[in-house]
Design a protein around this ligand. Structure first.
Ligand code: URA
Length: 437
């Protein structure tokens, strides 16, 4: 069957046989078809979904598009975390060194900015010199030596996800349960984990905003993990407001450093501790979630997590002095305060619009192979439920130039609804915990 016909059949809602789908995906991986047919296929999946059998094939082909890393030489139960993405989500930058500092190895392969959401890889690359493109050998050696590595999808590990991820980012095909599930699980299964904790975001800033569909996404990924013998636990967490205060690559690294020093915004710390507790229990380093949470809080407060981050940054070629002096991170030349236009209570935040404004500023990519600006973004201390007076500063824009700062300021202002009363309660930080059946 021709690849054209395969796209056509998917478009028309027919189920593809495993060999047809595998043939199509291999043809793309091997360069026999281009981005044009793959983009059309992704859009067809966006609208038609994938059957359980198609999803299983997709995960398997993506997983085996590169090496499946064997980390059996690394002592301990290897546990990673992955988030489905949101605005201001810098948790990985704190969580990975934190959990590794407590003796649980964390092999972490992350993504770049996707749609309106930021990406851990782009954030890490705002640290001068930091390399996320470790070779397979460097990755394994670093895992053996310091128990944590923070890398991007490479040509060697999950290369098909790397290409599909970038293509989805440029073709508005991110918000699909099977595409997100196959993307996340293929790279997580390839990186050498034994267990995984998922942070599945819910709310208007999430790719899958509704709690019931987010739960479906979580269960789909848990089932994929089970098929490959991995224990997967998911927390559904709030993304009806940005996480923490900073949104934008270097700004988020700065905020993550504050958290690694035992400070930072309380919501960032709370989510990090909840996820750390899960990872420590799965990794056999804590007998209960409560014990895991206390151990993690202690490691943030006494500097062990920060020192582990220093080891990671040094191992990956970065300038670890940023941990002591955050002015070494890229800085945007223009800062513009954004003031509330009226007095009242913050009723809601359009998180997706805030993320899109950050992309527009240059913090994310609008097109395949576009570059990003590490320095730009926002500080948004305002949260739903806060009372403000007209003229109060509710955000600060960090931009390359005045025109960009003005546009972004208007976008943020428009994304924050102020009214007389609280219309609906903000989501709890952690909505639900989902475990294998
Ligand atoms: N994170 C990923 O790795 N892939 C997605 O599709 C969404 C979030």
């Amino acid at each position: 069957m021709t690849t054209y016909r395969i796209v056509q059949r998917k478009r028309d809602g027919q189920e593809l046989a495993p060999d047809e789908l595998a043939h199509f995906l291999h043809a793309y991986a091997e360069g026999r078809i281009g981005d044009d047919q793959m983009a059309a296929f992704l859009m067809a999946v966006f609208f038609r979904g994938l059957s359980p059998a198609e999803l299983a094939t997709m995960v398997d082909v993506m997983l085996h598009s590169g090496a499946v890393v064997d980390l059996t030489d690394v002592a301990g139960i290897k546990v990673d975390k992955h988030s489905t993405g949101g605005v201001g989500d810098k948790v990985s930058l704190v969580l990975a060194p934190l959990v590794a500092s407590l003796g649980v190895p964390v092999p972490m392969m992350s993504g770049r900015a996707l749609g309106h959401s930021g990406g851990t890889v782009d954030k890490l690359e705002s640290i001068p010199g930091f390399r996320t493109d470790l070779s397979l050998d460097e990755y394994c050696r670093q895992m053996e030596r310091i128990g944590c590595a923070l890398i991007a999808q490479t040509d060697q590990i999950a290369p098909l996800d790397r290409r599909l991820y970038a293509l989805r980012d440029a073709t508005a095909t991110v918000e699909s349960v099977p595409l997100i599930a196959s993307s996340i699980m293929s790279k997580k299964l390839a990186e050498g984990i034994d267990a995984l904790v998922l942070d599945v975001k819910v709310g208007n800033g999430a790719f899958i905003p509704e709690p019931t569909r987010a739960e479906q996404l979580a269960r789909t990924m848990i089932e994929i993990g089970e098929r490959y013998g991995k224990t997967v636990v998911a927390l559904l967490t709030a993304m009806d407001r940005p996480l923490g205060i900073a949104a934008g690559n270097a700004l988020e690294v700065e905020e993550a450093i504050l958290a690694l020093r035992g400070g930072g915004p309380t919501d960032l710390r709370a989510i990090t501790l909840a996820l750390a507790a899960e990872m420590l229990v799965l990794g056999g380093a804590a007998p209960s979630l409560e014990a895991g949470r206390s151990a993690a809080a202690a490691a943030l407060d006494d500097g062990r997590a920060l020192e582990k981050m220093r080891e990671i940054i040094e191992a990956q070629g970065g300038d670890a002095r940023v941990l002591d002096d955050t002015t070494l991170l890229p800085r945007a030349p223009v800062r513009r305060p954004v003031s509330a236009k009226e007095s009242g209570i913050i009723q809601a935040m359009d998180v997706r619009a805030i993320g899109a404004a950050a992309v527009e500023l240059g913090a994310g990519r609008g097109a395949l192979r576009a570059g990003i600006d590490s320095a730009v973004g926002f500080h948004i201390p305002a949260k739903p439920g806060h009372r403000v007076q007209a003229g109060d500063v509710i955000a600060t824009v960090f931009a390359r130039n005045d025109a960009g700062a003005r546009r972004a300021g208007e976008a943020v202002c428009g994304a924050i609804t102020i009214g007389e009363t609280i219309e609906s309660e903000p989501l709890p930080l952690v909505l639900r915990r989902i475990t294998p059946a």
